[in-house]
Design a binder for this molecule. Sequence first.
Ligand SMILES: *[C@@H]1O[C@H](CO)[C@@H](O)[C@H](O)[C@H]1NC(C)=O
Ligand SMILES: *[C@@H]1O[C@H](CO)[C@@H](O)[C@H](O)[C@H]1NC(C)=O
Length: 202
Amino acid sequence: MATLTTTLLLLLLSLLNNVQSNPNNNNNNNGDDDDFATSLDRSKAHGLGLGLKREKLTHLRLYWHDVVSGPNPTTIMVSSPNRTSASGFGTVIMIDDALTLGPDLKKSKLVGRAQGLYAVASQTEIGLIMAMNFAFMEGKYNGSSISIMGRNRVFTKVREMPIIGGSGLFRFARGYVQASTHSVNVKTGDAVVEYNVYVLHY
Ligand SMILES: *[C@@H]1O[C@H](CO)[C@@H](O)[C@H](O)[C@H]1NC(C)=O
Ligand SMILES: *[C@@H]1O[C@H](CO)[C@@H](O)[C@H](O)[C@H]1NC(C)=O
């Protein structure tokens, strides 16, 4: 029993010793390969302007307007596949869609734009990959953005997509959005989608 304790103690000491002599833990500028990285104390990060006081959860409800038709479309097809399929697999569309507080594009307040692209990533259904930034232009969020990337099976009632990051007030953002189609004009293809955004940030 005593030997076991001694062995454990020696193991612990050697681990501690390793930590101390590991050059990766040195923070002096002696030309080590990892000189460009510095560990920051989170509790002091506020003083650096990072604002890491307390993580909060924010819910935003926005309407996303995909205008395909008319004189001022906000989408453009950048690639049309040379092999046709029922799902349109391979089609890539770039967007600069309005984000408003209400579903009526003309009457409701514009708070930002959804800029990015979506592409048909499924061979068997209308399944999109969305890669877009919600760029906010209103109030305290003006200039801040959140980045969304995920799978969007557009005929499903609620589609969930991850928030993979953010900028400005949304630094360190993570979370998810839930998209549900509000209306589609079957003649033109124009669509309004309600986005409920749940984002953790500081
Ligand atoms: C589509 O493009 C690829 C690559 O250029 C080519 O190999 C293929 O034959 C094309 N398919 C059709 C249906 O034209
Ligand atoms: C948002 O910020 C831009 C750039 O700083 C500024 O030009 C614009 O007026 C701001 N918009 C609002 C609604 O505050």
